[in-house]
Design a protein around this ligand. Structure first.
Ligand code: GLU
Length: 374
């Protein structure tokens, strides 16, 4: 295991310095050590080997002053430096950093998503790798986590983590989030639960997690609640994902080299049907229509969507409300128009699922089944 960093002299020095000052690492003060014991006991039984892949985001961000909690530069701190700033990690796992990108997650596109997923898949096949943590911007964590959840062929834990505040800020959340993510990825109880997102003391399934607030640390939510918590170094699961993931799905990242174009169009009063025509002209194979309410489509939009379908483009009715099921044949006659409904998936997640589904079929009935299954 020579590739994995052990407790370094520097880390040990930082640790003892913090114990002496008793401020920065107050959770390691003697009175708290028994509470931290489960994590240490778990780690000492056999320390897991975890690769931490850095992609950028606020967890790799830095502000000009400690009061910059929302205005700062993201994606500037290298992953090895982030790891070194949380020396407690080396007590629970042997970790190795790997920088794959240094970007804001809004800049993820199909090409980058495929590159990341393929690298994760490669690492998961190594017998000396027990789990993966991916540091990621919070903006699109939900898309990356869902994609990995659907395409990785392994039951080893994969955890995506980010932060809402840069490490330089007062009340920075990245260090604890990263520590928690490594704990979850190291814990055998996390195996077989699909790709997870760990932030703000919570463990979410990659299928459901979504960012719900622009600046608060309490921004990630799953409509049916998180799967569990991380408290005092303990990984606590209370629920399981009900929909198929990783080993149970029909997609294998090793066999996917390109994803088709899928457009997401947003509904609003006086929406412009020309947007549908533009998506079709630019080569979209499907349009996710983030419609109002239960997937309602304005009368002035229906014709352009029907025309797109007549040209072979798949039409998926989703909802811009942020949660809930879009019911087939309710607000629109989907059977008649050969349209699809998204079930409960958010438009940006429906885009991921549709792109994957289109790599195998272009049959609207089969695509509808995919939405009801995953
Ligand atoms: N927009 C940036 C990103 O998603 C920063 C936001 C964040 O990481 O919290 O990478």
């Amino acid at each position: 295991m020579k590739h994995f960093a052990r407790v370094t002299t520097l880390a040990a020095a930082l640790l003892s310095a913090s114990l002496i000052t008793g401020t920065a690492h107050a959770q390691l003060a003697p009175a708290a050590q028994s509470a931290a014991a489960p994590a240490t006991a778990q780690a000492e039984a056999r320390k897991a080997n975890i690769v931490i892949i850095g992609t950028g985001g606020t967890i790799a961000g830095a502000g000009a002053s400690v009061t910059n909690t929302a205005a700062y530069q993201s994606a500037v701190v290298p992953v090895d430096k982030i790891i070194a700033s949380v020396p407690e990690i080396s007590k629970v796992a042997n970790v190795k950093g790997e920088q794959i990108f240094q970007i804001g997650s809004e800049s993820f596109n199909n090409e980058r998503l495929l590159k990341l997923a393929k690298r994760v898949s490669e690492l998961l096949k190594q017998p000396d790798v027990d789990g993966i943590v991916i540091t990621h911007g919070t903006d699109t964590i939900e898309e990356t986590a869902y994609f990995l959840n659907l395409t990785l062929k392994s039951d080893k834990p994969v955890v995506v983590v980010g932060s809402m505040r840069p490490g330089t800020a007062l009340g920075a959340d990245g260090a604890l989030n990263l520590y928690d993510a490594v704990l979850v990825a190291s814990n055998p109880a996390s195996k077989g639960k699909g790709t997870l997102a760990v932030l703000n003391d919570e463990i979410h399934t990659g299928r459901d997690v979504t960012k719900s607030n622009t600046f608060k640390t309490e921004t990630f939510r799953s409509p049916f609640g998180p799967l569990g918590y991380v408290v005092e170094g303990r990984t606590l699961f209370y629920r399981l994902p009900a929909r198929p993931h990783t080993l149970q799905t029909q997609w294998d990242i090793d066999k996917i080299d390109k994803l088709p174009e899928v457009a997401v169009l947003y509904a609003y009063g006086n929406a412009n049907p020309a947007a549908v025509d533009a998506a079709v002209k630019s080569g979209a194979k499907a349009i996710i229509y983030a419609a109002t309410g239960n997937g309602s489509v304005g009368d002035y939009m229906v014709e352009s969507l029907k025309a797109a379908r007549a040209k072979g483009v798949q039409i998926v009715r989703a909802s811009r409300t942020g949660s809930g099921v879009v019911v087939r044949n309710a607000e629109q006659p989907d059977d008649k128009y050969d349209w699809i409904v998204t079930d409960d998936q958010l438009p940006q997640k429906a885009r991921i699922l549709m792109a994957l589904a289109l790599t195998q079929t272009n049959d609207a009935k089969a695509l509808q089944q995919v939405f009801w299954k995953y």
